[in-house]
Structure formats: structure tokens, C-alpha cells
Write a protein that binds this ligand. Structure first.
Ligand SMILES: [Zn+2]
Length: 211
């Protein structure tokens, strides 16, 4: 197990209890395969399991996430583990092959389109967003990243079962299919700076939406 270089900060340790552990705010860990390519986000429980089963090949982050366990009955010392923000694992589980298209999910689509209606530019709450097929499905449009955009209800209703040309509407940005690195960025709203920098190096440069 690769740990020990970092010790967990000691503040409030004596007063802390398991209930204090901010489990819900612990950042997710970026898991890489043995070739250094990103695979997926794992939560701290899975990361701990990878450390304890000696699956960590190397660490690539600049952040450490400190977890504390229970106290030893014999020594009274609390166990602790510093988990790296980016970990490469030895196992060969390639959940994402290099050319696999990331899942088209509502949440990631919302973030890809910047939380905007791609026709009128209105900023949308997540629950307000509607998924719109640029080429309507009735006209052979497919349910793929390159044919879906987020819209407000009014634009979706107005466009109806027409192409943008037929409806006299234009898109603020062309829908694109994110690669895995972009998808992982979109899929984690509490991404750490070093994780973001790592993934951005693998993401194609794109015109950002500026509305
Ligand atoms: Zn709109």
C-alpha cells in the first residue's frame, strides 16, 4: 500500500466522532487504468478498498483526501488513510474503452450545454431543462449527443416537430459528443483542481459557450 508520506491534519481530532465525518462532501477520486487513462470516478469507499487490496499502481494527484477510521482499543490511536485525488489501479477493468461513446445522460447534457437553452440562451434550472432533438425523431433524428440539445419549454414547444431551419431557429452552439475526459468533467460538479487539469489535458479544445 502506498501511503504514509502524508499525515492527516490533527486539528479537532480528539473531538471528532464518526458522525462528524463529512462523508457527503468528500470529493470523488479519479480512477485511471494501468495505462494512465481515466476510467471513472469512484467514491471514497471504493478508493479505500483499492488501497487496502493493494490495487494502487501509482498516485497522480496533488491533493490528498484524509479519512479517519475508528480508534484502536489497545492504543487509542485513530486509524487514518490519505487517499490521493487521482489513482491508477493495477486491475484491467476497462469500463470505458478508448472509443466508447459516453452515456448520454440528462445531467451531463445539461452541463455540456452550460445550463442554457441552446436556442434562446435562457439560463435554465436543471428541472426546467428539456431535451430537444435537433432533427426530430419523427424525421429520422437519432438520440445521440450530436442531435440533442437542452432547451427551455417555450423553445421546445415552438420548434415542435420541425427542424431548426423549418422553424426559423438557430442554435447558439453545435451539439457535440464529449470524449471520456470531457464526460468525466461534466459528470462531477465538485471536481478538484488537479483532477480538472488532468482531464483537460485529454479533452479536445472547444469553443466555449459565451452567452
Ligand atoms: Zn429557449
Amino acid at each position: 500500500m502506498r501511503q504514509g508520506a502524508v499525515t492527516c491534519p490533527r486539528e479537532n481530532d480528539d473531538a471528532a466522532t464518526e458522525e462528524d465525518d463529512p462523508v457527503d462532501v468528500i470529493p470523488r477520486i479519479l480512477k485511471l487504468d494501468a495505462g494512465g487513462l481515466p476510467v471513472e470516478w469512484v467514491d471514497w469507499r471504493e478508493a479505500v478498498s483499492l488501497y487496502f487490496t493493494d490495487k494502487i499502481a501509482w498516485e497522480a494527484g496533488s491533493e490528498k483526501i484524509c479519512l479517519r477510521g475508528g480508534r484502536s482499543r489497545e492504543t487509542g490511536i485513530r486509524s487514518e488513510l490519505a487517499i490521493d485525488s487521482i489513482i491508477a489501479v493495477r486491475d484491467r477493468s476497462h469500463r470505458f474503452a478508448r472509443n466508447l461513446v459516453p452515456a448520454l445522460t440528462r445531467r451531463e447534457l445539461y452541463h455540456r450545454d452550460g445550463g442554457l437553452c441552446l436556442y434562446c440562451g435562457t439560463r435554465l434550472g436543471f428541472s426546467q431543462m428539456q431535451i430537444e432533438h435537433v432533427v426530430p425523431r419523427s424525421k429520422g433524428g437519432v438520440h445521440e449527443w450530436t442531435n440533442v440539445v437542452s432547451t427551455c419549454e417555450a423553445c421546445n414547444r415552438y420548434k415542435d416537430d420541425r427542424t431548426p431551419e423549418q422553424a426559423g431557429m438557430s442554435l447558439l452552439a453545435l451539439p457535440y459528443e464529449p470524449n471520456l475526459a470531457e464526460w468525466l468533467i461534466l459528470a462531477n460538479r465538485r471536481i478538484l483542481a488537479d483532477q480538472q487539469a488532468f482531464l483537460e489535458r485529454l479533452a479536445p479544445r472547444r469553443q466555449r459557450l459565451t452567452v
